[in-house]
Design a protein around this ligand. Structure first.
Ligand code: NAP
Length: 263
């Protein structure tokens, strides 16, 4: 199937490893030029080199290092991109904990990172996408939007806020009638640094070995394994394809069957 997006430009946030990099790789394989971001220069540049090799010499890859929650970093990211045809919103997840320990500062940080930052980037790009007649926005959120995890309250709250906002925006005729789609990808458990850190924290809290905790977690997934970032990227590339123009305002759970509901 021809995704028909070769030559387009994508901004992929928080993309030096994990799910963001998985999305960037899948887009690079489709011939999409990239502007990628993360805070650490060395790993960001290493990711860019990998993406250039995936693109096989037919794509350009630019980098903008910095915290995506900062307005000046978002500005630099947008300036580095000749035109944003595809926007993949992503950032680190907020830390786990008990809501009794979180004050206003922790909430504001989570909201800035996982709700307001994607909204700012969407605001800066979608009207120009509509004017050109093509645009794809994919927000990386979490399975916790559908099945909240009590210790991830900051994530549950901030991401659900983004999800509600997107549900309304994606249906605006001035976007939907001009081939601009906005969808959310909800990862379940994927084998990334973030998951490893969460498993380590659970192992420490329970006093059990890391592998025992990982095995328990895998046991709750019908697929019997953690997902791979490349599998996540494949779904992202499809949603960004020309063929996916009639899919908008949706939440796609990618979790190996872990969520037990019919819908
Ligand atoms: P990861 O492997 O830890 O990768 C995170 C990436 O984001 C890195 O490239 C990191 O690079 C970058 N990053 C983090 N904070 C950033 C910031 N403020 N500004 C710019 N770049 C930033 O994480 P992941 O597993 O891919 O997770 C991606 C997102 O999906 C997170 O929000 C996570 O909570 C969510 N999620 C993941 C899973 C899972 O199982 N993996 C499940 C549900 C939800 P630097 O550190 O150099 O900035």
């Amino acid at each position: 199937m021809d995704y028909a997006i070769a030559g387009r430009w994508a901004v992929v946030c928080a993309a030096s490893q994990g799910l963001g990099l998985g999305c960037a790789k899948a887009l690079a394989a489709e011939g999409v030029n990239l502007v990628i971001n993360a805070r650490t220069v060395a790993t960001l540049e290493a990711a860019a080199a990998e993406l250039r090799s995936v693109g096989g010499g037919r794509i350009e890859v630019r980098t903008v290092a910095g915290d995506i929650a900062l307005p000046e970093v978002r500005q630099a990211l947008l300036q580095a991109c000749p035109q944003v045809d595809i926007l993949v919103n992503n950032a680190g997840g907020p830390p786990p904990g008990d809501f009794r320990d979180w004050g206003r500062a922790e909430w504001v940080k989570a909201l800035e990172q996982n709700m307001l930052t994607p909204i700012e980037l969407i605001k800066a790009t979608v009207d120009a996408m509509a004017a050109r007649g093509f645009g794809r926005v994919v927000n990386i959120t979490s399975a916790a939007v559908k099945a909240p995890i009590d210790t991830l309250g900051l994530s549950n709250g901030a991401r659900t806020g983004l999800t509600g906002f997107v549900a309304g925006l994606a249906r605006q005729p001035r976007l939907a009638q001009h081939n601009v789609t906005i969808n959310n990808l909800l990862p379940g458990a994927f084998a990334t640094a973030r998951l490893h850190k969460n498993l380590e924290a659970a192992a420490q809290a329970s006093g059990q070995p890391l592998e025992a905790i990982a095995e328990q977690r895998r046991g709750g997934i019908p697929a019997g394994r953690f997902g791979q970032a490349d599998e996540f990227g494949a779904a992202c590339a499809f949603l960004c394809s020309a063929a996916a123009g009639y899919i908008t305002g949706q939440n796609l759970l990618i979790d190996g069957g872990a969520f037990p509901g019919t819908f």
